[in-house]
Design a protein around this ligand. Structure first.
Ligand code: F3S
Length: 400
């Protein structure tokens, strides 16, 4: 891979040890994937922020980078942490974990990373435009950025995202190359879809179907006439989880769909496919009651929080109910009075975090949510049984 003089200086350590290490990581990745050069990136999103995932080894790596005065060169935001950074006690987080989580956030802040602690950076300030190159690590956000915004990002790992932040560069391969963004299969959706649950189901059914083909395909989806931001973020999280996809095109909805014809290879997805998947998701649940309810995977938008407030007004929840969202979204919800209504009903804002990355294994047994992604990880990581329901039914479950 060809490096320009400025990049060579970074690799030689002329901008410090942290930048040298970062350039070394990028040069190795670029060589492995056959990149011809490095590209400048407009922003970075770092994942692997929860101390539950990072552990002591991750914290030591960050401490080492800060000891070398590492500083980011571009706008860099953070994925959710393992707790609400301002209100962790209410979540039942133990003090040792909280201390270590705070050390992680402080290390990133020292490097100049904005501690947004959210998987929806595009909702507040980290919003790449069409065709812009970025280096993001959160799978749902990468899929949203590539597909819905038309930006270009590979799904970065923790070290490669940090390396991109410290150098402002990423290797030119994968999703950065126009030829790798072409659709290869047409997916005809035969029925109209409504809500995050429906779109999550579609992501799961399509993701699994593509995964089963063994050859990675980029779908060109037809038959969907409308999709809200919330439905698209749910779909992105689901298709990235169940199919490992970083890009899809949706006819008439996503920007790059206008560049392509529908490919000849075709599959259809009907309402009965979605219903069968929904049945499969919920059949394993025992008849014991749900003891944990969570909304906000990916993090809730302001309209979603307004919807929760509207339905909880004057009522009391009967079980632990987490509202997971980003701090900037929560601040506006505070101003709008939504937070007061939701907290008066007994629900808890788990801001900066989510039901997957918080250390809650063993605390609950059965969770209800509208997120197909949360179901997948809550089952595999936290060993919860999950009930996968439409948004309003999740709220109703909390009230029972
Ligand atoms: Fe975000 Fe956590 Fe879901 S990081 S996409 S809310 S698993």
């Amino acid at each position: 891979m060809e490096l320009n003089p400025a990049e060579k200086r970074m690799l030689e350590g002329q901008e410090g040890e942290a930048t040298r290490k970062a350039m070394e990581i990028l040069a190795a990745i670029g060589t492995i994937y056959g990149a011809d050069r490095l590209l400048p990136v407009a922003s970075v999103q770092i994942a692997g922020v929860s101390y539950d995932n990072l552990g002591e080894a991750g914290l030591e790596f960050l401490a080492e980078m800060t000891s070398h005065a590492a500083k980011v060169k571009v706008l860099t935001t953070l994925n959710p942490a393992g707790m609400d950074n301002e209100n962790w006690q209410i979540m039942g987080i133990d003090a040792d974990f909280a201390l270590n989580q705070q050390r992680v956030i402080e290390a990133y802040q020292k490097m100049g990373v904005v501690p947004t602690c959210s998987c929806t950076p595009y909702l507040f300030g980290n919003l790449p435009h069409y065709g812009e190159h970025i280096a993001w690590a959160e799978s749902s956000a990468v899929c949203y950025a590539n597909s819905v915004l038309g930006a270009c990002s590979n799904r970065e790992g923790g070290p490669s995202a940090l390396a991109a932040a410290l150098t402002g560069k990423t290797p030119n391969y994968g999703m950065h190359l126009p030829e790798n963004r072409r659709p290869s299969i047409t997916v005809q959706v035969q029925d109209s879809l409504t809500g995050t649950h429906d779109f999550g189901l579609l992501g799961m059914v399509l993701g699994k179907a593509i995964e089963a083909r063994k050859v990675k395909a980029i779908p060109y989806i037809r038959g969907i006439t409308e999709a809200s931001l919330e439905e698209l973020k749910s779909f992105c999280a689901s298709i990235a989880t169940y199919g490992g996809l970083a890009l899809f095109h949706m006819e008439g909805i996503t920007p790059e769909s206008m560049l392509f014809e529908a490919p000849g290879d075709c599959m259809t997805i009907s309402r009965s496919d979605l219903e069968a998947a929904n049945h499969l998701m919920n059949e394993a649940l025992s008849t014991d009651p749900v003891d944990f309810v969570s909304l906000g995977c990916p993090h809730l938008s302001l309209p979603e929080i307004a919807r929760v407030a509207n339905q909880l007004k004057g009522k009391k929840v009967q079980k632990t109910f987490w509202i997971t969202t980003a701090r900037p979204t929560k601040r506006i919800a505070d101003q709008m009075g939504y937070t007061g209504i939701i907290e008066a009903a007994g629900a808890v804002f788990a801001t900066d975090t989510c039901c997957v990355v918080a250390p809650i294994k063993g605390r609950f047994k059965r969770m209800a949510t509208d997120s197909a992604k949360a179901c997948y990880y809550a089952a595999s990581k936290n060993e919860f049984q999950t009930r996968f329901l439409p948004f309003d039914e999740v709220i109703a479950e909390a009230l029972q």
